[in-house]
Write a protein that binds this ligand. Structure first.
Ligand code: ATR
Length: 307
């Protein structure tokens, strides 16, 4: 199997994959996609379950996405994962979009059904499962702060928190306007009676240290959905000085076991986790959608950690 396939390969899939011991019938579309660990995780699951199919990486550029998605049925695909920057395009391209994905506003999992494409989103539910696995608590019981709430990942996470009916949701984005937009979209979810004292249940907050520090005293879980921390030289997205020991800190970044934020959080005694478990559970949920059976979570976890 090649490291990366292209649109041209997809146009002639049988020829492009001739000689493969097992048919490649699943994959991840992205740009860039070379770093994706999904093949290791999902191929381990396919093998463990005795499913005669393989999962690959497809490097598909934005202008190629629609054609690539439409080629999936004739190429014999079961489905695909979709990552940056195609999640909105995937929602537009799918013939039927699951309600949860529609509410989140993005699709990361496609299922081929005859000639049709069905769209799902397992990022939000994957985060929910990850929070439960890492911290033993449910989003709905928490006051959550989302950093980078205006970015692609942040919007999906904020929407999932809203769908879960979390106690309080604080949206933070370097460009405040984007956090305000998201707050306006999610406002209908926070009209209910569950009020934490006099505080608003939903707020968009400027990225200013004193304001963030004040909000953190009313927060249980902080989620970093910015790209800050991907490079080892990046600073912690929140300074140690405003973090507290009673916080739960989840960094969606998984390029290091201890990302700069995880390190800062652990230094002050807070419980913290990187984003590997979110990647794991979005994959677990995609597998379960494709095959309608329980995924081998432990095997997938092991494959992901050693990838
Ligand atoms: P996307 O395409 O998902 O928006 P992105 O451009 O990498 O991806 O940005 C993701 C998020 O990280 C955004 O919320 C971005 O903030 P802006 O909307 O203000 O650009 C945020 N982000 C990136 N680097 C950051 C940094 N150093 N500090 C704070 N936020 C940052």
């Amino acid at each position: 199997m090649k490291d990366l396939y292209t649109l041209e390969d997809l146009r002639h899939w049988e020829t492009a994959t001739a000689g493969e011991p097992l048919p490649i019938r699943l994959g991840v579309f992205g740009d860039p996609v070379a770093h994706s660990r999904s093949p290791q995780m999902l191929n381990a699951a396919l093998e463990a379950c005795g499913i005669p199919a393989r999962y690959c990486r497809l490097h598909i550029r934005p202008e190629e996405f629609a054609e690539a998605a439409r080629l999936l049925p004739q190429a014999g695909f079961i489905g695909a994962n979709v990552t940056v920057p195609h999640k909105i395009a995937a929602m537009n391209e799918a013939d039927v979009v699951d309600e949860n994905a529609r509410k989140i506003g993005a699709v990361n999992t496609l299922v081929v059904e005859g000639e049709r494409l069905l769209g799902f989103n397992t990022d939000g539910p994957g985060l929910m499962r990850a929070i439960r696995a890492e911290f033993g608590v449910d989003l709905r019981d928490l006051r959550v702060m989302v950093l980078g709430a205006g970015g692609g990942a942040g919007r999906a996470i904020a929407a999932q928190c809203a769908l879960e009916g979390c106690e309080r949701l604080v949206l933070v984005n370097r460009t405040l306007e984007k956090a305000r937009e998201v707050a306006a979209e999610l406002a209908p979810y926070f009209k209910g009676p569950r009020v934490y004292g006099p505080l608003h249940r939903l707020e968009a907050v400027p990225w200013e240290e004193t304001k963030l520090a004040a909000q953190l005293t009313q927060t249980d879980l902080v989620i970093n959905a910015t790209s800050c921390g991907m490079k080892p030289t990046d600073p912690s997205v929140l300074p140690e000085s405003i973090l507290q020991a009673n916080l739960l800190v989840f960094d969606t970044i998984y390029t290091a076991r201890r990302t700069p934020l995880v390190e800062a959080a652990q230094t002050v005694g807070a419980r913290a986790a990187n984003g590997l478990s979110m990647l794991l559970y979005q994959g677990v949920l995609a597998f379960e959608i494709w095959f309608n059976r329980t995924a081998p979570v432990e095997i997938m976890k092991k494959a992901l950690s050693s990838a």
